[in-house]
Design a protein around this ligand. Structure first.
Ligand SMILES: Cc1ncc(COP(=O)(O)O)c(C=O)c1O
Length: 438
């Protein structure tokens, strides 16, 4: 059994110097404390206690090639000899934009940025600048970053979230100005009728519908057949900009993102995470007539000291090259993920635990929930999240790291041996969980 004494001692010490002991609140999810790592290698992380964990967190999604992928690290190391930040033009940006256009059909033009949160912010500003409208639609349970105007109803308490079909916008942090609630219309996902009614009622005020094409943050929830197609059509009919947040799904569900896989063409897309294999880079891309508003005459301003940062651009080019080099790589990753999903379902049955496993081989969710499927935030909220957190803790004790909320990320570096070892660990973890619940 893994022990995390050293991480616990270091976290106690970190809290004396780093506010809250960590630089991101998301990291509180690790059990028993945010863990301290020394290095990563392929599908594994080595922590300060000497534990070697098979990792399904993968930096919360970016490490699509695994940790420290040799071609990416080598390309960045070589490029660093030439400098780090120019605040000037760099030929790699152009090459990366061309590459993204070749992979993603909805991309006429590309803008680079650093984090997913700020690229989401840029896409919303573009949609507002283009339409002259202010409000936007977001879906309950979807996370688009931590900034004020989108950190709304990502995980609202059901006592304050209102009716399912007309949820109240709920702020998720102290310090957010209440007025941001006036700019958002929160809706349940996977319900085309509700979206149609909202657009019929508020259409002339709504600049954008922003959605993850596959919900990933409150659990992996695929779109119902026809849902995204209907959303596309409703946006066309009402002149509303359709923004896909592919921060997680991009380069994970395939080289063309979820939109390539599902055959939907949004107006704007935000990519981040896997695009640069773990280096900080995001991209806004989409329709020419919207994207070109960032030209000085268009008067939509998008800027940032580190935009198009040289090491990150080099990392993205190397990552996309490695992903494209092997046409079978995605299929192999998916089929290993599917084997893991199936194995977890079998173990759930064996241990008489209501373990619901849904999603795709490349990213899936485990919920402790009896029967059915999770289709939106409210059905996800029925799951026993405390049991999922306890399961993640037992998995960590048995050498497997996944997220406390039950989202599992696969990488190209996870091989059959890791899947087998993970299933063995899950067997022990479910056994321990059963003894605790009993
Ligand atoms: C779907 C989605 N959008 C946006 C973001 C924000 O990205 P970042 O953390 O890079 O700011 C995240 C982060 O997890 C995300 O999952």
């Amino acid at each position: 059994m893994a022990s995390f004494q050293q991480s616990m001692a270091m976290f106690a010490e970190a809290r004396r110097h780093v506010a809250g002991g960590t630089s991101s609140n998301v990291r509180y999810g690790d059990a028993p404390v945010p863990l301290f790592f020394e290095r990563g290698e392929g599908p594994r992380l080595h922590d300060v206690d000497g534990n070697v964990l098979i990792d399904y967190v993968l930096g919360n999604g970016p490490a699509i090639l695994g940790h420290a992928p040799a071609p990416v690290i080598a390309a960045v190391a070589a490029a660093l000899a030439n400098g780090q930040a120019f605040a000037g033009q760099f030929e790699g940006e152009m090459r990366l934009a061309r590459k993204l256009k070749s992979l993603v059909p909805s991309a006429d033009l590309v803008r680079l940025s650093i984090s997913g949160s700020e690229a989401v912010h840029g896409a919303l500003r573009l949609a507002r600048g283009f339409t002259g409208r202010t409000k936007y639609v977001k879906f309950e349970g979807q996370y688009h970053g931590w900034l004020d105007n989108v950190f709304i109803s990502t995980k609202p308490g059901l006592n304050e979230a209102g009716a399912r079909e007309s949820p109240e916008p709920v702020l998720m942090s102290r310090g957010q100005p209440p007025r941001v609630k006036d700019e958002v219309i929160v809706l349940p996902w996977n319900d085309l009728d509700v979206l149609a009614k909202a657009l019929a009622r508020h259409g002339p005020e709504i600049a954008a519908v922003m959605t993850e094409p596959v919900m990933c943050n409150c659990g992996v929830i695929p779109p119902q057949p026809g849902y995204l197609e209907g959303m596309r059509q409703l946006c066309d009919e009402t002149g509303t900009v359709l923004i896909f947040d592919e921060v997680i799904t991009g380069f994970r569900l395939g080289l063309g993102g979820a939109q390539g896989r599902l055959g939907i063409r949004p107006d704007l897309t935000v990519f981040a995470k896997a695009i640069a294999g773990g280096f900080p880079l995001s991209a806004i891309l989409g329709r020419r007539d919207i994207m070109e508003l960032v030209e000085p005459a268009g008067q939509v301003v998008h800027s940032g000291t580190y935009n198009g940062s040289m090491p990150s651009v080099i990392a993205a080019l190397a990552t996309l090259e490695a992903l494209a080099a092997d046409p079978d790589a995605y299929r192999r990753m998916e089929s290993r993920g599917e084997r893991l999903m199936e194995g977890l379902r079998r173990l759930g049955r064996q241990h008489r635990q209501p373990l619901l496993v849904q999603g795709y081989g490349a990213i899936f969710s485990t919920f402790f929930l009896d029967g059915g499927a999770v289709t939106d935030f409210r059905t996800a909220a029925l799951a026993d999240s405390a049991r999922m957190t306890a399961f993640a803790g037992e998995l960590a004790a048995n050498g497997v790291r996944t997220t406390a909320r039950g989202v599992w990320f696969l990488s190209m570096a996870h091989g059959d041996a890791e899947i087998d070892a993970t299933l063995d660990a899950a067997d022990r973890a479910l056994g321990a969980l059963g003894r605790k619940v009993a």
